[in-house]
Design a protein around this ligand. Structure first.
Ligand code: NAD
Ligand code: WQD
Length: 337
């Protein structure tokens, strides 16, 4: 089996490439490196001892995609390529609509031309917006989204549904990730944010390594036991294995799965786990709420377990240990090479 990973040089794509290669699947990556480094691909090859076919390609460029499909018989696609920063999407909505939607449209057109109908798409728990109840199941109401990034994810889910409706032979799998964190246990690949991180775990690791002075905890007056927000953090290696499970499962139609652990942790619980497991102090201050944050968000991952046979195996301790291992081995991310 040969699988095309759009955006495969990125954080989740590189970890998924490792799992696929280790399972004997051939991997083709198309990535424009707009938010990643070729070094991630080289390290995927070093971890696995296997080669990746890499194209420096903008996935919205249909001519380039035609070349990828002409030069490689692609059996399935995992579509990671896109922009993901919520705050930037509010400031630059057109950039997000253009990139996230145009990559998807070009990809589906070229898949159609080549008779490739199996696609796994990186969606997000953000499509649930501010949940009415938790845990969130795949049947929980989907909201229009509080930011342009979230809306692109929802729009792409709808485009994929129409793609499948027009050709019932296609197989669309929509994976709604909760909060991916951690890194490969080798410490060779991990999350490599540009500039100051937006997300909690890379912010903590950059405080721990001394690149940032302190963590601001956004809000301590939420209706949660310790007043800080609760999220469903899932180890990126577990998430990568979820993609393997999705590829191995053959089902026509549009199938949606939450990928989370089913357990929520507060911001303070994550910080405490990081300090306890790694023996490093995280200076922190309580700060005002961040606009757009919801108080509590965690999954029911029962459907993925029942249908795909996938469930998260790694714990919060594994997540904070591996996030720190990646950070200390690569204080400047891939930029050091
Ligand atoms: P990432 O930025 O590390 O990876 C995305 C990759 O896509 C990058 O390598 C980037 O260079 C590439 N890319 C962007 N636009 C492209 C284009 N036009 N052509 C080719 N390549 C392009 O992000 P990630 O965390 O690995 O996320 C992967 C996917 O999962 C994204 O679609 C993201 O929206 C989604 N997702 C991420 C999270 C998260 O918290 N990390 C949560 C839910 C969903
Ligand atoms: C987690 C918690 C913050 C930074 C985002 C996207 C979502 C999805 C996953 C792509 C929140 C708090 C954070 C900090 C803090 N991505 N925090 N200080 O917002 O749950 O989800 O990433 O699809 O769409 O919105 O993740 O890691 O930013 O925040 O206190 O410096 O940590 O307020 O409660 P979030 P996050």
């Amino acid at each position: 089996m040969r699988v095309l990973l759009t955006g495969g040089a990125g954080y989740i794509g590189s970890h998924t490439a490792v799992e696929l290669l280790q399972s004997g699947i051939e991997v083709v990556i198309a990535d424009d490196l707009s938010n990643s480094s070729l070094n991630a691909v080289k390290r995927v090859e070093a971890i696995t001892g296997k080669s990746v076919v890499f194209y420096l390609a903008d996935v919205s460029d249909t001519a380039m995609l035609r070349t990828v499909f002409r030069e490689n018989r692609i059996d399935a696609v995992i579509h990671f390529a896109g922009f993901k920063a919520v705050g930037e999407s509010v400031a630059k909505p057109l950039k997000y609509y253009r990139n996230n939607l145009c990559t998807t449209l070009s990809l589906l057109e070229v898949m159609n031309e080549n008779g490739c109908g199996k696609i796994v798409f990186s969606s997000s728990a953000t499509v649930y917006g501010d949940p009415d109840t938790v845990p969130l199941s795949e049947d929980s109401p989907v909201k229009s989204g509080t930011n342009p990034y979230a809306r692109t994810k929802r729009m792409i889910e709808q485009i994929l549904t129409d793609f499948n409706a027009a050709d019932k032979g296609t197989e669309v799998t929509i994976l709604r990730y909760f909060n991916p964190v951690g890194a490969h246990p080798s410490g060779m690949i991990g999350e490599n944010p540009n500039g100051v991180p937006n997300n909690l775990m890379p912010y903590i690791t950059q405080v721990a390594v001394g690149k940032l002075p302190k963590l601001s905890i956004f809000g301590s007056d939420y209706p949660t036991p310790d007043g800080t927000c609760i999220r469903d953090y899932v180890h990126v290696v577990d998430l990568a294995k979820g993609h393997m499970a999705a590829l191995n499962h053959s089902a026509p139609g549009v199938n949606i799965y939450n990928l989370g652990t089913g357990k929520g942790y507060s911001v303070l619980e994550v910080v405490d786990a990081f300090e306890r497991v790694n023996g490093v102090k995280i200076p922190r201050v309580m700060a005002p709420r961040r606009a757009g944050d919801v108080a509590v968000c965690y999954s029911s991952s029962e459907k993925a377990a029942a249908v795909l046979g996938w469930h998260a195996e790694l714990s919060m301790d594994d997540m904070v240990r591996d996030a720190w291992n990646w950070q200390i081995k690569n204080p400047d991310g891939y930029a050091a090479e």
